[in-house]
Design a protein around this ligand. Structure first.
Ligand code: SAM
Length: 472
């Protein structure tokens, strides 16, 4: 029985409600009055529920799809401006006891190189990441209580935050590790993590159990209720996602929004981010063996519909996608991207030898961080290395209210400009510097509040003189 305020996975992600939503969307897409009403509601920028958003996703009329894209782009501009936050994943260990059929780390894969970084390895990796200009990381591990216990993750987080190399610092560590207990989420919170990211993979319980035949991840309820436990443990920034390609995308889309509605209903705050990974080729994994792959067009439509449905939630795209696909969806709602990613365990300090492949999936966008920054500037986006929100306590509902009151432009925008300035001073190529300085001059003039504009201009001068003591 569907109940968004229940803590039970099968009640807040009720299969029957999803099936009825899909039937409602099929009927609704052919009803011009209903689609018009939903588009009008979307234009108010207050979001849509899973049923309404599913109707838009089902629409195939090119005129309606155009309007969906237009709205997504407008909402993105209104709430996020042209900032794009940049991060990199850091794979700590690919030891894993699960049997996930789509993931090369699965326990039966005997030909992938198994690796785990020591604290010394982590120092080297973090220095390499800092030397590129990264300030924000997402930690990734397989699930293995012996090789990767929570103590190992906590120690690694402490190591990462302790490294200050030249002007570098990792200022925000997000984690993407297996579902765990309230107590462990509390320990992660105390260690200073930013967002707890956990992909659902698929919300369809039957498929979930087939795709996760063995290991602790087999437990659908434990996995699906993880964000409730994270929030109980005091983590108020959580990141959702499904792995597109495993199940029917319309099913996943409706369920993803139901999950967001559940968190908002129970905890008063929705997810901080939604990621949109697509299944990729990897060691022992052939994506063509899965029946539910989606086209780039459908992928773009999903991104646009998520943007419209949850305007205050950040959206993340990784280097699983090519430059071309990333460029398309940047316009439609993406607010965070990874750059220069390695999905091998280690690989930043020194590239992994080919015969040792430990990677989780093939990366499509292989550009350096400087190339990514340069590209963003050229296409009109302001690369941001800011991490201030979480250190200033602007997480969870406090961040959401900033976003809802459209104060991001007086707050995040200046921080983005200043962190770009730091990047240009410390790490950029000559070409990126020239482009970036030009952009900074233009963006400074866009800050609405004159006082904030003056302070930003003064700080930019301090940064140019070598001052790095700001709390971004
Ligand atoms: N062990 C953690 C867990 O149980 O959730 C997760 C981390 S895993 C390092 C990060 C994510 O990569 C997974 O949640 C999955 O969605 C994604 N992934 C796994 N195999 C993939 C593949 N072949 N292509 C693309 N993404 C994949």
């Amino acid at each position: 029985m569907y109940n968004p305020s229940s803590h039970k996975a099968e009640e807040f992600i009720d299969n029957q409600e999803i099936l009825e939503t899909l039937a409602y969307a099929d009927r609704g897409k052919a009803d011009p009055q209903l689609t018009e009403k939903i588009l009008q509601k979307a234009a108010q920028r207050k979001g849509l529920n899973h049923r309404e958003a599913s109707v838009l996703l089902a629409c195939e009329d090119p005129k309606i799809v155009e309007r969906i894209y237009g709205l997504a782009e407008q909402i993105k501009k209104d709430f996020y401006g042209n900032r794009i936050v940049i991060f990199a994943p850091l794979y700590l260990s690919n030891y894993c006891v699960n049997g996930c059929l789509y993931c090369p780390y699965h326990i039966k894969n005997k030909h992938i190189a198994r690796k785990k970084l020591t604290q010394e390895d982590i120092k080297r990796e973090v220095i390499a990441l800092q030397d590129m200009g990264h300030k924000r990381l997402a930690l990734e591990t397989g699930e293995d209580p012996i090789n990767n216990p929570i103590e190992y993750v906590l120690e690694s987080i402490r190591t990462i935050y302790s490294i200050k190399h030249r002007n570098g610092a990792i200022r925000r560590v997000n984690v993407n590790i297996a579902a765990t207990t309230v107590e462990n989420y509390r320990r992660l919170k105390d260690a200073g993590i930013g967002t707890n990211i956990l992909f659902q993979e698929t919300y369809n319980k039957e498929s979930y159990e087939i795709l996760h035949p063995t290991g602790p991840k087999h437990d659908y309820a434990y996995h699906t209720e993880a964000m409730d436990r994270a929030m109980e443990g005091g983590i108020d920034d959580v990141g959702l996602g499904v792995l597109f390609g495993l199940e029917g995308y319309r099913y996943e889309f409706a369920a993803l929004l139901m999950h967001a509605e559940h968190l908002e209903t129970v905890f008063g705050v929705g997810p901080h981010t939604i990621s949109v990974p697509r299944l990729k080729r990897a060691d022992d994994i052939n994506p063509d063996a899965f029946q539910n792959g989606i086209s780039d067009e459908t992928f773009a439509k999903i991104c646009a519909c998520i943007r419209i449905a949850v305007p205050y939630t950040g959206m993340i795209i990784s280097t699983r996608e090519s430059q071309q696909v990333r460029e398309k969806v940047l316009h439609l709602g993406i607010s965070q991207i990874s750059g220069a990613s390695r999905t091998s365990v280690g690989g930043y300090a020194e590239p992994e030898p080919e015969e040792e492949n430990s990677a989780q999936f093939d990366v499509s966008d292989k550009r350096t961080l400087d190339e990514v920054v340069n590209w963003l500037i050229r296409i009109g986006y302001l690369p941001s290395f800011c991490t201030a929100c979480y250190r200033e306590g602007r997480t969870g509902d406090r961040f959401m209210s900033l976003c809802k009151n459209r104060q991001i432009l007086n707050c995040c925008h200046p921080n983005a400009i200043m962190t770009l300035k730091e990047y240009l001073q410390d790490y950029a190529s000559e070409d990126t510097k020239v482009l970036g300085e030009r952009m900074i001059a233009e963006e400074l003039n866009k800050i609405p509040n004159p006082k904030v504009r003056d302070i930003t201009a003064q700080r930019l001068q301090l940064i140019a003189r070598g001052e790095r003591d700001f709390r971004f």
